[in-house]
Design a protein around this ligand. Sequence first.
Ligand SMILES: [Zn+2]
Length: 232
Amino acid sequence: MNFNSDSKILFILAHPDDEVLGAGGMILKAKSFGASIRIVWLGEGVSARFSENQFNSDDYKKANAIREKGAINAMEVLGVLDYSFGYWHCLRFDQIPFLDITKKIEKEIFNFKPNLIVTHNPVEVNIDHVITFKAVEAAARPVKDKIIPAIWGCEIPCSGRWTLGTKFVPNIYVEIENFIENKILAWSKYKGEARNFPFPRSDEGLKTLAKYRGMEAGVKYAEAFKSWREVL
Ligand SMILES: [Zn+2]
């Protein structure tokens, strides 16, 4: 599969920053080939740092605003104009009725009519990522008039690599040598989310993973995905 102006890629992800971490280079590459891209974040990415009785506090609202501003700035670097914020609380997706999540995703699929969905993987430490994957699995049931040609899972450094036991095994590699620097630039917009190497969500961590995945595919830098279903 190659990206082109007929590509309609819908990202269903848990939090703002997952798109840069898991697929920033792929987004830049697909855009360069004229793909249409929509990014949907189901939740915010900061409330795990707060207790529930702080959700109305100024500190919480400020942290959320910073995360959203980071996302808007990152979208500018990625050249993505079509995106939608979500407000389910971070690391508490298990407290949301599963049907509410699948219905929201079904509506997104109906409206955008993607030929590729990119979401999370079930091999994950982050509960929101796992639930997002399961909800996409349910929402993308291949029933009449709703067959989605391809569904991929992207690899999130740290939460996607810190599983005990089973590890994520990709089978799709997107070569991103010309896009790695802008991926890092987009990542720099999420101020406060990066930490120093060897934390995986560091500039060096992201580059190291891209090189590692590149080695597996015979290219300098790559992002890795797993294709969960393709209908040719
Ligand atoms: Zn996330």
